[in-house]
Design a protein around this ligand. Structure first.
Ligand code: COA
Length: 260
């Protein structure tokens, strides 16, 4: 019997819409789903026709309601360590060489909130609810939540979410900086695809180098980040995209970027 397909992928021109699809389990991330998501991202990362990825959840209830809690039962500490120390979905999204937009279409909890935070931009439906409820299970976030959340929202707001396990609505998430835009639920998919399409027209070289530089800003001291930016700026000058972008501006025409 073949594996169930828990992750769907549709092309919309240069945009890939990736949908985590276990709606009956609120799109909770079990091992099969995590493996499929990483494999799809590997394919999309290597495909030059794909410039931007939108990540969302199936149905209208959840983006991702967290790790699949049923897999926690009976799992030994060393098994859990191995699950988390292999290549994770969080790493696969964070290191993905192209922009990834999360379209949060409902519950975005635990590992789902961590997955959203690993994405580059977060759009939320006005119906979305976000939180890190791990504390209610007697555990802590293990997909980067204790690190990315305070960087995004500040220490106090992060502690409030992490200590209480309370869920917040999309507007509150926007207020604290956990999401970047809130749109009516019925318009979320179209808005995410149109934002992705506008980014997909840009130079893939520049997008990749921007992502590399911004990732550095979250990891290294300012001086080192500035040095990395200078190096990446120089690297951009070696690209055909730079030659095309400059020539198109000077020639008063639209640029056609190839990603080389
Ligand atoms: N892991 C495994 N199963 C999950 C799940 C998760 N994280 N989240 C939801 N499900 C399952 C439920 O067990 C239920 O399965 P069942 O129909 O076989 O009983 C199904 O999804 C629907 O969930 P239900 O609770 O009935 O839906 P709801 O819309 O009333 O509530 C949530 C949705 C997301 C608020 C609720 O399911 C929830 O709190 N989930 C756990 C969230 C969490 O703690 N995540 C962090 C994990 S570390």
């Amino acid at each position: 019997m073949s594996e169930p397909t828990n992750v769907l992928c549709e092309r919309h021109g240069r945009v890939a819409l990736v949908t985590i699809s276990r709606p009956e389990k609120r799109n909770a991330l079990n091992g099969a789903t995590r493996g499929q998501l990483v494999a799809i991202l590997d394919d999309l990362g290597a495909d030059p026709e794909v410039r931007v990825v939108v990540l969302t959840g199936a149905g209208d209830k959840a983006f991702v309601a967290g790790a699949d809690i049923s897999e926690f039962e009976g799992r030994s500490p060393i098994d859990q360590f191995r699950v988390m120390s292999g290549r994770t979905v969080f790493d696969a999204v964070d290191r993905f060489p192209k922009p990834v937009i999360a379209a949060l279409n409902g519950f975005t909890l635990g590992g789902g909130c961590e997955l959203a935070m690993a994405c580059d931009i977060r759009l939320a439906a006005d119906t979305a609810k976000l939180g890190q409820p791990e504390v209610n299970l007697g555990i802590i976030p293990g997909g980067g939540g204790t690190q990315r959340l305070p960087r995004l929202v500040g220490t106090g707001a992060a502690y409030k979410l992490l200590f209480t396990g309370e869920l917040i609505g999309a507007d509150e998430a926007l207020r604290i900086g956990l999401v970047d835009e809130v749109v009516p639920a019925a318009e979320l998919r179209a808005r995410a695809l149109s934002l992705a399409a506008s980014i997909a027209q840009k130079s893939p070289v520049a997008l990749q180098l921007i992502k590399e530089a911004v990732r550095a800003s979250l990891r290294v001291p300012l001086d080192e980040g500035l040095r990395q930016e200078t190096t990446l700026f120089g690297l951009a000058f070696s690209s055909e995209d730079k030659a095309e972008g400059v020539a198109a501006f000077l020639g008063k025409r639209a640029a056609e970027f190839t990603g080389r």
